[in-house]
Design a protein around this ligand. Structure first.
Ligand code: ADP
Length: 740
């Protein structure tokens, strides 16, 4: 049942007291008439009492004077404001205050606490602001599409791509904003389910490649109302990847067409990839390379592959190697460097230098022959000297015959024998010198090699009035290599010294021509022993600007036809092959000095031991039948006479065919044969004899001992002994005795 109101004033008083908004009634002079509890509660936030005897403004002023900033704000707003205003109160509360004039002339002040609403509102503004900021400053394009894929919103970035304002874009379908070729590709964006991305070309000025990602938007009803799309500009990215693709293609082109073999290796040095050139060089299938060791194709690398890998840690490392080619074992130059690829740790470049190397060899050989020609003057001297002595000794022996002076005759013939040995040495030298390769390396005595070169050049120097001084050390100084090659180096240096002195003499005839050769040992900075050979001359010296070029092939300052420019280049090669170096310097006194430095060998010289002495009682081997095959009748007659004196039966023949007939006709114990004969050469005779008459011992007598020994080695043991011409009868007898 409804309670009847007691009276309106009572009702109003109750409403006044319980109203949630604060109410303050003021008289026409701003005096405080009444306020309800809600107002009192709001005012209490200021922490000062509301004094009835003061006007409301005076109350506010008093609170402001007590340091209440809120009261000061309230006062200021009250004076200036026409409608409602907000007053921030201590403690974070916010009051919404409004004043209304009343008919009585007084005023009604209402105030309500709007702190909660205010905070909600602020949060909303703030989050909206954040989103707006994001959408407007983001480097991606952002658009919102309606259900028909028409643009309803586009952010400034997206608008900037098309130019103009967003008005031009609004209402246009996304399909119209991309190029024709991209249109069909947009479909996945609008399929159901997960957000999707597609690539497209925008139909904007200048064109742009973009990645569009779209997600469906749902309206309040939960129905799909359109799409939200983010557009990323990938033009630069695409251009970069296109550039990468093109450069990759270019490099692939280079790698596939280059004549150099190119291999990539993994961190363990195993082959990962190999280019067509290397497949062609090696004649191998690509499959053979996967995980293979490059050493399988590059044996005997110098430096060794392991050292090359170590050296390549700090930069490209170069080396040389044998190269297993499709048909043969060639020669390669190799460069190894570190790589920074995924999986590819090393890059190995291989140049097939076989042909170049062969040409170099031929050139070097030609140069050697040219040098041999140049040396012929000295050689003629070397040959004519002993020949002269032989001739004189022979004639003197003949004269002595009439006197029956056996002792003199014996002496003469011994001289003839000794001079023949000297001739043999000269011939050996020429043979060794003209050979293509140096044979096996061995430890040899530099003192002997330098001495031989000095001896070879001395006659020529003497004839030009040039003195050559060489004081050899009194003990052997061994190095490893080829003695003839070191001789060749010294001959080159001496020849150059002679030429420089002769040239100098043209301008300065009184200056003495002198060449000094020294040979010494020293401890290098590596604390290892080195051998130092110097050739110092009193010639022209080298022009300072020529110094860096002296050792280049074909560099010559000599008159056309006189110099090849190869001498020093060959010398450098030969010395380098022995692990040494060679350098030149000008002397203050004029002339210059060439210095070759070689690593001293640990092992004593192999040829230092004297040849085994031939026993004097060589004659008394048991009697045998000996077949002597040689096309030089005078020589065979001498041998026959000598052997018959020793009690042997001797058959002599002048050709291979005759030798075979003799072998068939009678029992032969030993065959003594020359190698070059008419009618089937010695090699054939030896092979057949070894096969058909295995009991026959075979002794070869040859004028080309070095070359023939290698050829004979191919006959695999058929030969029992090799003697070189001119053969000594005592040596022959000792050999036969050994075979008996
Ligand atoms: P070639 O002797 O055929 O010219 P080389 O290679 O032996 O070739 O020498 C190259 C050049 O070095 C010579 O032409 C000469 O100009 C210079 N040269 C070499 N040795 C001497 C030297 N002892 N004194 C002055 N110049 C020299």
């Amino acid at each position: 049942m409804r309670r009847a109101p007691d009276s309106l004033p009572a009702l109003l008083a109750e409403a006044f007291a319980t109203f949630r908004e604060g109410i303050l009634l003021l008289d026409a002079d701003d005096g405080v008439l009444a306020f309800n509890p809600a107002f009192e509660q709001a005012w209490d936030l200021l922490g000062v009492p509301l004094v009835r005897s003061l006007t409301f403004s005076e109350n506010l002023e008093a609170a402001a004077a007590l340091g209440r900033a809120s009261a000061e704000t309230w006062l200021a707003l009250r004076r200036g404001a026409t409608g409602a205003f907000l007053v921030p109160m201590p403690g974070g509360a916010v009051l919404r205050v409004a004043e209304y004039p009343m008919a009585s002339g007084g005023r009604l002040v209402s105030c309500s606490d709007v702190t909660a609403e205010r905070q909600r509102e602020l949060a909303l503004v703030e989050s909206e602001y954040r989103y707006r900021l994001l959408v407007e400053t983001i480097t991606e394009g952002v658009i919102v599409l309606d259900r028909d894929h028409r643009v309803v919103f586009a952010n400034p970035r997206f608008v900037s791509w098309f130019g103009g304002s967003d008005m031009a874009l609004l209402g246009r379908a996304l399909e119209d904003l991309v190029r024709d070729e991209s249109r069909a590709g947009l479909a996945p964006l609008f399929g159901g389910g997960e957000p999707r991305s597609v690539e497209a070309a925008l139909a904007c000025p200048g064109g742009r490649f973009v990645l569009i990602s779209a997600a469906p938007l749902k309206g309040a009803s939960g129905r799909r109302s359109g799409h939200f799309a983010i557009i990323t500009d990938v033009t630069e990215l695409r251009a970069a990847s296109e550039r990468l693709r093109q450069s990759e293609e270019r490099f692939r082109g280079i790698i596939e067409t280059t004549p150099f073999g190119i291999l990539t290796l993994d961190a363990d040095g195993r082959v990962r990839t190999v280019n067509p050139a290397f497949l062609a060089i090696t004649g191998a299938e690509e499959a053979a390379f996967a995980g293979a060791d490059p050493a399988d194709w590059l044996p005997e690398a110098r430096p060794a592959l392991a050292d090359l890998f170590a050296a390549a840690e700090t930069g490209a490392a170069r080396g040389e190697s044998r190269l297993r080619r499709a048909a043969d074992l060639g020669h390669a130059r190799i460069v190894l460097s570190r790589m920074g690829g995924a999986g590819d740790a090393w890059l190995l470049i291989v140049e097939d230098a076989t042909e170049a190397r062969q040409m170099e060899e031929t050139l070097r050989h030609t140069a050697k022959l040219a040098l041999l020609g140049e040396m012929s003057a000295s050689l003629a001297h070397e040959i004519s000297q002993p020949l002269n002595i032989i001739r004189l000794a022979a004639e003197s022996a003949l004269l002595s015959l009439d006197d029956g002076d056996a002792a003199t005759i014996r002496g003469k013939f011994e001289t003839i024998g000794a001079q023949s040995d000297r001739l043999r040495e000269t011939i050996d030298y020429m043979q060794a010198f003209s050979r293509r390769d140096g044979g096996t390396r061995k430890s040899f005595d530099t003192v002997a090699a330098v001495g031989a070169a000095v001896a070879l050049m001395t006659p020529q120097c003497s004839s030009l009035g040039i003195s050559v001084a060489f004081a050899p050390p009194d003990r052997p100084v061994p190095v490893v290599g080829h003695p003839r090659q070191l001789e060749q180096v010294l001959v080159n240096l001496l020849r150059n010294a002679v030429d420089a002195i002769v040239e100098r003499r043209a301008a300065d005839p009184v200056r003495p021509g002198r060449i000094e050769v020294t040979l010494g040992e020293e401890i290098g900075r590596d604390r290892r022993p080195w051998v130092r050979i110097e050739v110092t001359d009193t010639g022209t010296g080298v022009r300072p600007e020529d110094l860096p070029h002296l050792f280049e092939p074909f560099f010559t300052r000599k008159t056309e036809g006189l110099g090849t420019g190869l001498g020093l280049s060959i010398s450098l090669d030969l010395v380098a092959a022995m692990g040494g170096r060679i350098e030149a310097e000008n002397l203050a006194s004029g002339g210059c000095r060439f210095r070759a430095t070689l690593p001293r060998a640990e092992a004593p010289p192999e040829d230092a031991a004297p040849p085994p002495a031939v026993p004097d009682d060589a004659g008394d081997a048991p009697a045998m039948t000996i077949l002597v095959a040689d096309d030089e009748p005078l020589a065979t007659a001498e041998i026959k006479r000598f052997l018959e004196r020793g009690g042997h039966r001797v058959v002599t023949v002048g050709s291979g065919r005759a030798a075979r007939a003799a072998l068939e006709a009678e029992h032969v114990d030993i065959l003594v044969t020359d190698l070059s004969m008419p009618d089937g050469d010695g090699f054939q005779l030896i092979a057949e004899t070894a096969a058909e008459y295995p009991h026959v011992a075979i002794v070869v007598v040859t004028g080309q001992p070095l070359r023939d020994r290698e050829a004979l080695a191919d006959l695999e043991g058929g030969v029992d002994a090799v003697l070189r011409k001119p053969v000594s009868l005592r040596e022959l007898a000792a050999t036969l005795k050994g075979l008996a």
